[in-house]
Every structure is written in structure tokens, then in C-alpha cells.
Ligand binder design. Structure first.
Ligand code: ADP
Ligand code: MG
Length: 627
């Protein structure tokens, strides 16, 4: 709640609107206590007194009634009617919308067609018709204004509810045996309340105007009772001769509606959870770069070379060092495994390569990423976009989340190709078919016209791989591509990637948390912990003789079949939070070999031959292992 108010206050216009609105409401509340003249007592002797005359600060109207008094009482009435109408419309509309969206089917059809019928009439005509049927009067005007706004709320809320009604948490509530009424109250309602509040805050000014409009036409408040609309209506005949009688209520309407609308916009922005972290900004097209230190010299290794890469997340005054100086390289035709527990910074490293980390909050603060020697960090967005997918392609963990649910997979493949090469429809079809064949999808002609939801998980991941291959990239970064799949499908996908790499000379960076997968596919492995590489070397050598205690513990977590019973070791404790990294070795807290000097200061990455380890008390001497 305080966060909401803070966000609201940061929006200057909304704050100004809020203050003005609060003043008006306060004035309306204290009106009965003020020493005002009776608003309804006529005094024909003192008609059309100008403003600032004796005893009438804002002058008098055509019947000699005190305008200030009528203005304040009128504002009070207009506000009350406007708010009441808004609350009535929102309550009834939301109830109708929720019931319709939640039950769906025939209920939905029946209710929504009724709502459509109401919406088919111009709303002012509808309001006039309702008042005409009920008879003029303020209460009837209120009913009319509320009634014509119900469909607006009903439609809005129904749309949101339909989206919620089949979400997993609603299914979970159903499974736990809750009744429909309970589900609506405890699961649906809390999720639509922000939408209701937003819709209300943006329409309430409108409703005040509509009420004023009806009163202006003489269908709302009846003489001698004043509201802002009727004051305007009565002043109409003296518009030219005594303009102040219309200007006074007119200005008040302007002030109220303006301030409510500004406040309403602010409320909408502040309530939208997506705006909370980035506060009214959307992610930039490429990750923000703020390199302080010098750019490392190229060591000339590999097709893709990551050097001392540092990526941080700046959230308010916290700094999360997700990647703290990572160096990697891959050669053409090579598969590099990047392994580590969840949260160790693997994905952020991978996304930093093509500037895909969301900014805000992500910032690349140091290092270099070289592709054939060219430094890509800080490269113009156009250059990055040109390379994304064509030189370096990605495969992500969950293909259902990365494929567009509304397009056929064939069209999505063609779109991926078209992003880099203008090709015709026929040619695109042929190429898409070829791609599906290359990832060994059975029956590829038929699959082209399928939607993502019609495919199995393994098939979808094959489509994901086909999309990554679409522009014949040289490097593929696969971020846990098999984590969501079962083991048999996982083995097929790994075999496929392995073949593709050999056939096409692809360089693959394969991210995983599973040593079993690494053993099957990777030539070299880099082990990551708390944003740093802690060990690196040829897969076979590391599997035979891990040096870093963390690597050894990770391997002990992998169950093996057919080797008899062995205790599976969990690593005690949790990885450190990356905004408060300890001094010295980040793993020391959880390490059985830790000595006091591990916590003293920065531990270097020691290299010998093909192997490297960031540890001063490794499982075996580095030199020995390197031989
Ligand atoms: P993983 O190795 O599982 O792929 P990630 O690279 O996704 O891990 O995350 C690395 C670290 O970065 C984590 O500690 C995570 O908390 C942090 N992180 C990721 N995204 C954000 C974000 N948007 N804001 C703050 N911290 C983040
Ligand atoms: Mg990840």
C-alpha cells in the first residue's frame, strides 16, 4: 500500500490531481458547517450581482441566490451522485462480468448478448430514455447514468475473468474442493479488483459529466435544488449578459473532471504490477552497458570469446552481481558445457552475449564479448539485431513459452528466416520443411500447419532447435533445453544436437545443471558458482578427477544406474545471495575443505595446461591433474 502511494506521488500530474481532488472533496464535506447563505432562498431585488459584491463573494444568479453557496452545495450533490453512480455501475457490472466470464458457455452467451443490446444504443439516448421512463429527478438520473455504464464494466471484467478462470491456481482451488462461490470470492475477485479500481478511476469523471448533462437538460436535480449541471442549465439564458453565472459552475466541473482524470491515470499506472520494478519504463532493446574498467585485450581464442564479463542488476539501491567476471570461449565444432546450480548466473551470462538481459534492471558493467574478434558489448543495437539469430542463436528451456500460441509452427519458422533474409512464400515453405526434416520431425509436411499446443514437449523443443538453425548460425547457446523433457526424449534431443554440431561445425554453449547431460555431449566444461567460473577443463578429465570441492559435490549429486547402491550427497546450505557476496571464496560456507585463508580475500583462477580451478585447497593438486 505504501509502495502504491509512493509510486502515485512520483507521478507529478497525478499528485496535483489528487491534491486538487482532495481539496474539492474536503470542501464538499465541510459545506454544511460553513457560514453560507441558504442556497435556495431567492431575492429578486439582488439579481445578477457581479462577483465580489457585498455579501455575495461570487455574485448572485437570476433569482438573486448566492452563487458561492449554490456552488458548494451543488458540488457536494454532483460529487455524491457521480461517486454513487460509479460505485453502483462498478459493483453491478463487475458482478455480471465475473459470473459471465467464470461460468462461460450458455450463461456467458446469454448475459453478454444482453449487454451487447444495451451497448447498441448511444448511451446518452439510453440515459434519456431511462429518465424519461422513470420520470425526471436526481435519483432517476443516478440510476440512468449507472445503468448505461454497467455494460462497460461488465465487458471489461468479463474479459479479465475469462483469462483467469482456466489458470492453474483456479484449477488448484477446484481440486482442493472449494465451491464456485468460494473460488470467485477468494481466487477471482482479488485478481480483478485492481482492474475494477482502474476502470472506476478513469470513468468517474465521465459519470459526473453525464449526471451534469442530464441535470443541464432539466432531467436531473429539480429546482430549487442546485447541482452543477442544473446551475449551468439555469444560467444558459444569461450566458452573454451575465457570464459569471455560467463560468462559476463550468469552472468547477472542469476542475473536478480534470483532477479526477489525472488522478485516475496515475492510479492506473501505479496499480499495474508490471510497471512496479521498472517504474513507468519498458525494457530497452539491448542491455544497458556501463563499462568502468578497461576493455580486456583479445586473447584470440575461439569463435566466441567472453572475457571478464560482469553483469549486474540494479534494483533500487541494491546491486546484484549476477555475473562477476566470467571468461569462456568456444571453437567451431566444439561443445562447451556451462554447469552450476540454479541461480549461479548461467542464464544471465548467456543472455549478456547478445545484449538480451532486460534493462532496467540489468547493466553490463565490464568485460568483453568477442565474436570473431569483434567486441559486441556496447555495439550499436542495429549490429546486435543483425547478429541475433544469424550468428548466435538461442534455444531456451521451455519451448511452449517461446513459441507463439496463435501461429502455426511453419509460419513461425518462416518468420525467423525472414527476419534476416527476404524470401518468398514458396521458398520459405521449402526451407521450413527442410529445417523440420533436419531436426528429424516425423511427418514434417503435416507438422508445418500445426499449432504449438498440438505438439508434444519433445517435438516443440525440436521446433525450437529448428528455429535456432533457421539462419545457419555459427554459435548456438542452449539454455537448459532438455530440462523440461523426460529422459528418453532428452537423450534424443542431445543426440540430435551432437549430430548437428558434427555435420555443420556448430559451436555450442550448453547450459545445464546436470552432470549426466554434460558427460554425454560436451568436450569441455566450465563450472559456475555465484556468478564466477570455479573450474574449467576437458569433460573427461573433470569427470575423472574434479578439483574444486564444489564440482566434486555437484557430481556426487548425480545418481548412477548399475553401480550398486551409493549415498546421494546433497550440498548443504544454499548458494549466497548475489547482492551480499562474502569476501573470499563464495563456496567456503558450504565447503568441507574450507580453511581460514579461504575467507581472506579474492581467490584467483589458477591455470595449468587445459585445466583451471578457483580454489586454494583443491581436491587434488592442480599440476598433478593437468599432466
Ligand atoms: P541460472 O544459473 O539458474 O540460470 P540466472 O542467471 O537466471 O541463474 O540468475 C543469476 C542470478 O541473477 C540469480 O541470483 C538471480 O537472483 C539474479 N537475477 C536474475 N534476474 C534478476 C532480476 N531481474 N533482478 C534481480 N536479480 C536477478
Ligand atoms: Mg537459468
Amino acid at each position: 500500500m505504501s509502495g502504491f502511494l509512493k509510486l502515485l506521488a512520483r507521478n507529478r500530474l497525478a499528485l496535483a490531481g489528487g491534491i486538487v481532488m482532495a481539496l474539492v472533496v474536503l470542501l464538499a464535506l465541510v459545506t454544511p458547517l460553513l457560514p453560507l447563505a441558504d442556497p435556495d432562498v431567492t431575492n429578486t431585488g439582488a439579481r445578477f450581482q457581479p462577483p465580489f459584491s457585498e455579501g455575495a463573494l461570487l455574485g448572485t444568479d437570476h433569482l438573486g441566490r448566492d452563487l458561492l453557496s449554490r456552488l458548494l452545495w451543488g458540488t457536494r450533490l454532483s460529487l455524491a451522485v457521480g461517486f454513487a453512480a460509479a460505485i453502483a455501475a462498478a459493483t453491478i457490472g463487475a458482478a455480471v462480468g465475473i459470473v459471465s466470464g467464470f461460468y462461460g458457455g450458455r450463461t456467458d452467451n446469454l448475459i453478454m448478448r444482453g449487454v451487447d443490446m444495451l451497448m447498441a444504443f448511444p448511451y446518452i439516448l439510453l440515459a434519456l430514455a431511462i429518465v424519461a421512463a422513470l420520470g425526471p429527478g436526481l435519483l432517476n438520473a443516478l440510476i440512468a447514468v449507472a445503468a448505461v455504464n454497467v455494460p462497460f464494466f461488465a465487458r471489461n471484467i468479463r474479459g479479465i475473468t475469462v483469462g483467469l478462470a482456466h489458470r492453474e491456481f483456479v484449477d488448484a482451488a477446484r481440486l482442493s474442493g472449494l465451491s464456485n462461490a468460494r473460488i470467485i470470492l477468494s481466487e477471482i475477485l482479488p485478481n480483478v479488483i485492481p482492474v475494477i479500481v482502474i476502470a472506476m478511476s478513469t470513468t468517474i469523471g465521465w459519470m459526473i459529466l453525464e449526471t451534469a448533462g442530464l441535470s443541464f437538460l432539466g432531467l436531473g436535480s429539480q429546482p430549487p435544488q442546485a447541482d452543477l449541471g442544473s446551475m449551468l442549465g439555469e444560467a444558459r439564458s444569461a450566458l452573454i449578459t451575465n457570464p459569471h453565472t455560467s463560468v462559476v459552475p463550468g469552472l468547477m466541473i472542469l476542475i473536478i473532471v480534470m483532477s479526477i482524470n489525472l488522478l485516475g491515470d496515475g492510479v492506473r499506472d501505479a496499480l499495474d504490477p508490471r510497471l512496479k520494478s521498472g517504474a513507468l519504463s519498458r525494457p530497452m532493446a539491448a542491455t544497458r552497458v556501463d563499462r568502468r574498467g578497461p576493455v580486456p585485450e583479445s586473447a584470440g581464442q575461439g569463435l566466441l570469446e567472453v572475457q571478464e564479463l560482469q553483469t549486474q542488476f540494479h534494483v533500487k539501491d541494491r546491486v546484484y552481481r549476477a555475473v562477476g567476471g566470467v571468461s569462456l570461449h568456444v571453437e567451431p565444432g566444439e561443445c562447451l558445457g556451462l554447469i552450476g546450480e540454479s541461480g549461479s548466473g548461467k542464464s544471465v551470462t548467456a543472455l549478456s552475449v547478445m545484449g538480451l538481459v532486460a534493462s532496467p534492471p540489468g547493466v553490463i558493467t565490464g568485460g568483453a564479448v568477442r565474436y570473431e574478434g569483434e567486441d559486441l558489448i556496447g555495439a550499436p543495437y542495429g549490429r546486435l539485431r543483425d547478429m541475433r539469430g544469424r550468428n548466435v542463436a538461442y534455444i531456451f528451456q521451455d519451448p511452449l513459452a517461446t513459441l507463439h500460441p496463435l501461429y502455426r509452427v511453419g509460419d513461425q519458422l518462416i518468420e525467423a528466416i525472414r527476419a534476416h533474409r527476404p524470401i518468398g512464400r514458396r521458398e520459405g515453405q521449402a526451407r521450413a520443411l527442410e529445417l523440420l526434416k533436419s531436426v528429424r520431425i516425423p511427418n514434417p509436411e503435416k507438422r508445418l500447419t500445426d499449432y504449438p499446443h498440438e505438439l508434444s514437449g519433445g517435438m516443440r523443443q525440436r521446433i525450437g532447435i529448428a528455429m535456432a538453425l533457421a539462419n545457419e548460425p555459427d554459435v548456438i547457446i542452449a539454455d537448459e533445453p532438455t530440462t523440461a523433457l523426460d529422459v528418453t526424449v532428452q537423450a534424443q534431443i542431445l543426440a540430435l544436437l551432437d549430430d548437428l554440431r558434427r555435420e555443420r561445425g556448430l559451436a555450442i554453449v550448453f547450459i545445464t545443471h546436470d552432470f549426466g547431460v554434460v558427460a554425454q555431449l560436451c568436450d569441455r566444461v566450465a563450472v559456475m558458482y555465484a556468478g564466477r567460473i570455479v573450474e574449467e577443463g576437458p569433460t573427461q578429465a573433470i569427470l575423472e578427477r574434479p578439483l574444486h570441492p564444489y564440482t566434486a559435490r555437484l557430481m556426487a549429486c548425480v545418481p548412477e544406474l548399475g553401480t550398486g547402491k551409493r549415498r546421494l550427497e546433497a550440498i548443504p546450505g544454499l548458494p549466497p545471495v548475489v547482492d551480499r557476496l562474502p569476501k573470499g571464496c563464495a563456496f567456503a560456507e558450504r565447503c568441507t575443505r574450507a580453511q581460514p585463508d579461504c575467507r581472506k580475500g579474492e581467490i584467483d583462477l589458477y591455470r595449468a595446461g587445459p585445466r583451471a580451478v578457483r580454489c586454494i585447497h583443491p581436491e587434488a593438486p592442480l599440476q598433478e591433474a593437468a599432466e
